[in-house]
Design a binder for this molecule. Structure first.
Ligand code: ARG
Ligand code: ZN
Length: 398
């Protein structure tokens, strides 16, 4: 599972969406790591003699042992190619878009695919809606991951969370209670263009990949592009900066898509979560000012309980507090924006680690990072249910 989780490969889902087909005739991108020279030769042969497109490396002669190959395989040749690989003992894996599609397909009654928008380079932004029952007036929570490209454990968390939720519904008490009372929207990769770029060109890329006409610098920090004290202290107007706020609030298709979705669903969504790495922190508004949020003590108590649980169960330390005071002023963030929209429970999690590996968290640490973050998600979601349900079920004075 973990290998799938951290795997990037993009595939063209447009055809599937248009036709509704989701069989083996679809286009796929396979991720293959040859382990012997013989496998290298076979892959070279396949990529140059069959109807495929080699995405990585740039040309077949660069295929080598122990290095990942990304091969686009059109639907009509997928059967032949996979057979060929199987015959030679070459295993392949799928990618995030493929995973999203498969999960939706395998859980038709409980998971819906929602296209919330598309990225600057026109990749689809898919959210999965987990809806395990049809209670009337059911509220929802939102989780997005991967707003910053290089924070690879974040998309891994989103996928793992979906998988875990579906597997443990009716098994684990907390998960069941959460999913019985809230629908969950999960957007695994908010910044797919940046994410792809970190796999192919620059592992340390943070921003999206939008072009700026004025100069050569590329990308906007999507977590500085929301309309919350936009581009004040803690963000930059310089397009070359890592914290460039863009030319105006929501100038970027990715932030606009998320903002549009939340605006249209603001009465439903009671909890907003945004997953980042690294530094092990549970942050809440405000980051765009040093002022306290109106329900500061509620948020603080929730974050504290979550951090204590992580410490108790995993012996790991998470700091917590309002973003501005806990780390730095950072205006234009999605959490503050969602909060001001009226989603009064709004958090940004910074997952493992504290800097030893930083953004390059090894695969072997992903599972623990996800498990400890899950504890925090559970505690916070349960509290939100408790607080908001108490509010709605209290007797009305007429
Ligand atoms: N490290 C994150 C960032 O710089 C912190 C996010 C906290 N929230 C915020 N609105 N800045 O984007
Ligand atoms: Zn981040």
């Amino acid at each position: 599972m973990t290998t799938i989780l951290i795997l990037f490969v993009f595939m063209n889902l447009d055809t599937i969406l248009k036709t509704g087909h989701c069989t083996d005739t679809r286009d796929q991108v396979l991720s293959i790591t040859p382990t012997t020279q013989k496998q290298v030769d076979i892959l070279k042969n396949v990529s140059s003699h069959y109807e495929t497109a080699l995405w990585q490396p740039v040309s077949p002669e660069y295929i080598k042992e122990e290095t990942q190959v990304h091969l686009f395989v059109p639907g009509n040749s997928s059967g032949i190619i996979k057979n060929l690989l199987r015959t030679h003992g070459i295993t392949h894996e799928y990618a995030i878009y493929d995973w999203i599609n498969r999960t939706t397909h395998d859980n038709p009654d409980t998971v819906k695919l929602i296209l919330v928008g598309s990225s600057y380079e026109k990749r689809p932004l898919y959210a999965l809606k987990l809806s395990l029952n049809n209670r009337p007036n059911k509220k929802a929570m939102w989780i997005d991951c991967g707003i910053h490209a290089r924070e690879w454990v974040a998309p891994a968390f989103c996928l793992w969370f979906v998988h875990h939720s579906l597997s443990f519904y009716k098994v684990n008490k907390d998960i069941t209670h959460i999913l019985d009372n809230l629908d969950v929207y999960v957007l695994p990769v908010l910044n797919p263009d940046g994410y792809k770029y970190t796999w192919t060109k620059n592992r340390m890329w943070r921003k999206n990949r939008s072009q700026n006409n004025a100069n050569n610098c590329i990308g906007v920090d999507l977590n500085r592009n929301f309309d919350a004290n936009w581009c004040t202290e803690g963000a930059s107007h310089d397009p070359c900066s890592e914290i460039y706020c863009g030319s105006f609030p929501e100038s970027e298709p990715e932030s606009q898509a998320v903002a549009d979705f939340l605006r249209s669903n603001k009465d439903l969504v009671q909890l907003y979560l945004s997953i980042h790495s690294y530094s092990q922190m549970l942050l809440f508004p405000y980051s765009c000012t040093l002022e306290e949020a109106e329900n500061h003590s509620d948020l603080l108590e929730m974050a504290q309980e979550a951090a204590q649980a992580i410490r108790r169960y995993y012996r790991n330390t998470y700091s917590y507090g309002p973003g501005g005071k806990t780390i730095y002023l950072a205006p234009g963030g999605s959490d503050d924006w969602a909060y001001n929209l009226g989603i009064k429970y709004s958090f940004t999690f910074e997952l493992q680690d504290r800097g030893r590996y930083g953004f390059l968290l090894p695969t072997s640490h992903i599972s623990r990072a996800c498990n400890e973050a899950l504890i925090a998600v559970k505690i916070i979601a349960l509290k939100v249910i408790e607080k908001t349900q108490a509010a709605t079920s209290s007797p009305q004075t007429v």
